[in-house]
Write a protein of this length. Structure first.
Length: 143
């Protein structure tokens, strides 16, 4: 076969990492803080506090159908904290980040149902929320 008749070989497929989210390092810092002040994620403190992170991010820009059919909804906050039967939601945002429309809608529903919601931009915001909400903490971290 002559060189003129050969089809060019396609480039090999290469896996790439999803784009980094700006909140990721901040979220990790806040998770470490909560583990220090409360307990590791998913564990209950002696005061009855339990927390965990939620990650339903879709790097394609929308909620995958596989999540929606399981009852997952867009706008869910990054961190869920439970204390004395009351839910507390923390939305981690970069300094210039804003809540999306689904996040605002869900925050209104949580507040309407008696839960609490806060946007946190650093560890100090988290400590202030815990103290304002009277969530017992170990006080290993000072403001």
């Amino acid at each position: 076969m002559s060189a003129a008749l050969r089809k060019p070989r396609p480039k090999p497929f290469r896996l790439t990492e999803p784009p980094p989210t700006r909140e990721h390092p901040l979220h990790r810092q806040i998770a470490a803080l909560l583990a220090l002040e409360l307990a590791p994620a998913g564990r209950v403190t002696i005061d009855g506090v339990c927390w965990w992170s939620v990650d339903l991010a879709s790097y394609l820009g929308g909620m995958p159908y596989s999540h929606i059919v399981r009852g997952c909804i867009p706008g869910l906050s990054d961190i869920f904290l439970l204390h004395q039967g009351r839910s507390h939601f923390l939305e981690v945002k970069a300094q210039d980040g804003e809540m999306s429309w689904p996040q605002r809608t869900l925050a209104a529903a949580v507040i309407g149902a008696g839960g609490r919601v806060a946007v946190v931009r650093n560890a100090v915001d988290v400590i202030r929320c815990l103290d304002t909400w009277s969530v017992p903490r170990a006080r290993r971290t000072a403001l």
